[in-house]
Write a protein that binds this ligand. Structure first.
Ligand SMILES: *[C@@H]1O[C@H](CO)[C@@H](O)[C@H](O)[C@H]1NC(C)=O
Ligand SMILES: *[C@@H]1O[C@H](CO)[C@@H](O)[C@H](O)[C@H]1NC(C)=O
Ligand SMILES: *[C@@H]1O[C@H](CO)[C@@H](O)[C@H](O)[C@H]1NC(C)=O
Ligand SMILES: *[C@@H]1O[C@H](CO)[C@@H](O)[C@H](O)[C@H]1NC(C)=O
Ligand SMILES: *[C@@H]1O[C@H](CO)[C@@H](O)[C@H](O)[C@H]1NC(C)=O
Length: 316
C-alpha cells in the first residue's frame, strides 16, 4: 500500500464539458479508494473535475550539505524566510561577509544562490539516512488569499483579471487542468500557476513526500510558535551551532508574516468571498481539496462533505 503509486484518471475535455457544475453539490460524503492498473485512486462523485495531486511541476531546493539539511521553497508559505534561513545555514561566513539578514527579500542578493551545491542536493545527500528534509506548509485557502492579495491585487499580474477573484480562479483552474493533462517541464510556466499551484505539485513530493518533515505555519502567534519549536528541534538534531539556532528562532518570531495586508480592506473582502461566494468556494475545493487530503491540515474551512478525515490516500 505504501509504495502504491497514486494515479487519477484524467478526464477528457469532452467528458468535462458534459459534467455540469451542479454535480458538485451532489457529491457523496464519503470517498472510496480503488485500485486501477495497480495504482490507487480516490473515488467520489465528480472527482474527475478535481485537480489531481502529485504532478511533477515545480521545485526549488535549498541545501545545507554539511548540516545534512534539505529544504524546499513553497511560494506564499514563508518562502522568503525559509530562503534566508537556509542561506545562513549553507555558509554562515559568506552570509555574514555579505551582510545578509533574515529580513532580506528577493530584491536583495543572496550569495548562496550562485552555488550549485546550495540549489541541488547531491545523490549522496539524498541517499544519506541522516539527511533531514523539511518544508514550511500553509493552509491552502489561507495561502491562496495571501497569493491573491500580493500577486493579483497588489501586482495586478493575474490574467488581466484585476481584482476579480472569480476571473482569477476560472483562469487558474483551467491553467492547472492544462498542466495536469500535459507538462514536460520545458514550457515557460504561467505566473499564477507557478505561484499558486497545489502544494503537492512542488518539491518532488510526487516521489518521496513521506520522507519530508512538514511544518505548518500561520500568521498568528500560536501557530508560529509551534513552527518555531519544530524547526528548532530539527536544527538541534543536525547539530547546528547554538548561535545560529537562536538567530533562526528570533527571525521566525517576527519575520515574513502577512502584516502589511493583515486586516486590510482587501483581505477582509477576499476572506468574505472565500467564505460565502459559491462559485469561488467550488473552484477552491476543486483546486485545493487534495492538498487538504495529502497534508495534515485542519479541514474545517471546507464544505461539510469534504471534512471527512477518513478520506486519505497513500503517500509516495
Ligand atoms: C527584521 O525585522 C523585524 C521586524 O521589522 C525587526 O524587529 C528585526 O530587528 C529585523 N531583523 C534584522 C536582522 O534586521
Ligand atoms: C543512491 O541510491 C541509489 C538507489 O539505491 C543508488 O543507485 C545510487 O548508486 C546511490 N548513490 C550514491 C551516490 O550513493
Ligand atoms: C468577473 O469575472 C467574471 C468571469 O470572468 C465575469 O463573469 C464577471 O462579470 C466579472 N465581474 C466584474 C465585476 O467585472
Ligand atoms: C520531472 O520533471 C523534470 C522536468 O521538470 C524532469 O526532468 C524529470 O524527469 C521529471 N520526472 C519524472 C519522474 O518524470
Ligand atoms: C557559532 O557560530 C558563531 C557565528 O558564526 C561563532 O561566532 C561561534 O564561535 C560558533 N560557536 C561554536 C561553538 O562553534
Amino acid at each position: 500500500m505504501q509504495h502504491a503509486k497514486i494515479f487519477f484518471v484524467i478526464a477528457s475535455v469532452k467528458f468535462l464539458m458534459i459534467l455540469s457544475i451542479h454535480n458538485y453539490t451532489q457529491m457523496s460524503k464519503t470517498c472510496k479508494l480503488r485500485t486501477v492498473a495497480r495504482k490507487t485512486v480516490m473515488e467520489f462523485e465528480g472527482v474527475e473535475d478535481f485537480i489531481v495531486p502529485f504532478v511533477n511541476y515545480t521545485k526549488r531546493f535549498m541545501v545545507a550539505p554539511d548540516k545534512k539539511l534539505i529544504s524546499c521553497t513553497l511560494r506564499k508559505s514563508m518562502s522568503q524566510l525559509a530562503e534566508n534561513i537556509m542561506c545562513l545555514l549553507y555558509d554562515e561566513q559568506q552570509y555574514f561577509a555579505n551582510s545578509q539578514s533574515l529580513n532580506d527579500t528577493w530584491k536583495d542578493e543572496r550569495k548562496c544562490e550562485h552555488d550549485r551545491s546550495y540549489l541541488n542536493p547531491s545523490e549522496t545527500l539524498l541517499n544519506d539516512t541522516d539527511t533531514v528534509r523539511f518544508a514550511f506548509i500553509r493552509d491552502p485557502f489561507q495561502r491562496f488569499i495571501s497569493f491573491y492579495l500580493d500577486k493579483c491585487v497588489r501586482e495586478q499580474k493575474c490574467y488581466n483579471c484585476g481584482n476579480n477573484m472569480t476571473c482569477v480562479l476560472k483562469n487558474f483552474y483551467w491553467g492547472l487542468k492544462k498542466v495536469q493533462r500535459r507538462w514536460d517541464g520545458r514550457e515557460q510556466p504561467e505566473y499564477v500557476e507557478i505561484h499558486a499551484a497545489p502544494l503537492s505539485w512542488n518539491c518532488d513530493f510526487y516521489k518521496d513526500l513521506s520522507k519530508w518533515q512538514l511544518i505548518p505555519i500561520g500568521s498568528d502567534k500560536t501557530e508560529r510558535s509551534s513552527a518555531i519549536t519544530q524547526t528548532e528541534k530539527i536544527l538541534r538534531k543536525q547539530r547546528v551551532n547554538e548561535t545560529l539556532v537562536d538567530m533562526v528562532v528570533d527571525g521566525m518570531k517576527d519575520g515574513d508574516t502577512d502584516h502589511s495586508t493583515y486586516k486590510s480592506a482587501h483581505r477582509l473582502e477576499a476572506e468574505r468571498q472565500i467564505r460565502e461566494d459559491p462559485y469561488i468556494r467550488e473552484m477552491l475545493h476543486k483546486i485545493y481539496y487534495f492538498d487538504y487530503v495529502v497534508f495534515p491540515f485542519n479541514r474545517d474551512s471546507l464544505d461539510l462533505k469534504f471534512q471527512d478525515t477518513s478520506c486519505t490516500i497513500p503517500l509516495p
